[in-house]
Ligand binder design. Structure first.
Ligand code: UTP
Length: 290
């Protein structure tokens, strides 16, 4: 049983400046809901209610978002807006959320290392705090199901165009089934000619506690940071690991164009926005009209 999840959310978000100068990218809203709330919801929908968020400088608003706001609650009660009131109560009761601060930004691997005392000797899920995956079955649930069967580290992957592999962590290995691959290679941002496949790591993992020792022995890599992919590569020498092609669509909110596309896609799915937004988009695309 996977009972705990870790959400790294301490990064600087330099790709989204200036919006992220004084606010966390994980709090950027897709319509009216911060990115990290979608990520926490994915944990909850996958049966995980103990969540450790790796926070840091300038990330206070994440903590406030999942806390109770009594002043706002009474204001909403006065206005008798039952729907938004229920939504507010839902957010503060979603899960048991803990926070730990990553004081120096030494990379994703270092962020995960901060979870060692919280996770102890249990396997746990990792969900990047700036990545939403839209799917019918929550992707973390998909990975948990595989972990339950194989009892091995499970890494979510997705197919990316061959010419874009140098932007991602790429995996290689032997096919187990349509969705699963037994890993024998992991490589961070390879040149296209050296990539073992076009399957890119997709921001969701089930890790075993052995990752912490691997992280201790992982030297600084790309960007002078401790890379989670490098630690996994080290661990792969001693442990079997599986890559699982996700059923779902990944949205990397740390990237401005992805953020825009996600906002439009999600808004088109909301019944209050769907038809006026569709009409607006059709008009501007056809005639440049608003
Ligand atoms: P990214 O590499 O996308 O985050 O890490 P970043 O460093 O903030 O991005 P840019 O390139 O500067 O725009 C993926 C996730 O890991 C967290 C980030 O907050 C993000 O949710 N992270 C990254 C940490 O918690 N600590 C780190 O040291 C680095």
């Amino acid at each position: 049983m996977i009972k705990k999840a870790v959400i790294p959310a301490a990064g600087l978000g330099t790709r989204f400046l200036p919006a992220t100068k004084a606010q966390p990218k994980e709090m950027l809203p897709i319509i009216d809901t911060p990115v990290i709330q979608y990520v926490v919801q994915e944990c909850v929908d996958s049966g995980i209610e103990d969540i450790l968020i790796i926070s840091g400088k300038g990330k206070r608003s994440i903590e406030d978002h999942f806390d109770r706001n009594i002043e706002l609650e009474s204001k909403i009660q006065e206005k008798e807006d039952e729907e938004i009131y229920m939504h507010m109560k839902h957010i503060e009761n979603m899960a048991n959320i803990h926070f730990i601060r990553q004081k120096e930004l030494n990379g994703l691997g270092d962020a995960i290392y901060h979870a060692r005392f919280h996770c102890g000797s249990e396997p746990f899920a990792v969900l990047l705090g700036d990545t939403i995956i839209d799917s019918v079955i929550p992707v973390t649930q998909q990975l948990i199901d595989t972990f339950e069967q194989y009892k091995q580290t499970v890494i979510a992957v997705e197919t990316v165009p061959k010419d874009k592999v140098s932007r991602y962590g790429i995996v290689g290995g032997d096919k187990i089934s349509d969705k699963l691959m037994q890993l024998n290679e992991l490589i961070e941002k390879p040149e296209a000619s050296k990539a073992p496949s076009n399957l890119a790591i997709a921001g969701r993992y089930i890790l075993t506690p052995e990752i912490f020792q691997a992280l201790e022995n992982t030297p600084r890599g790309k960007g002078n940071e401790i890379q989670l992919t490098d630690a996994l590569k080290l661990l792969l020498k001693r442990e079997n690991m599986i890559a699982q092609t996700i059923e779902g669509k990944r949205h990397d909110i740390g990237n401005k164009l992805d953020f825009l596309k996600t906002t439009i896609e999600f808004a088109l799915k909301r019944k209050e926005f769907s038809s006026p937004l569709r009409k607006f988009l059709e008009d501007i695309l056809k005639n440049g009209k608003k």
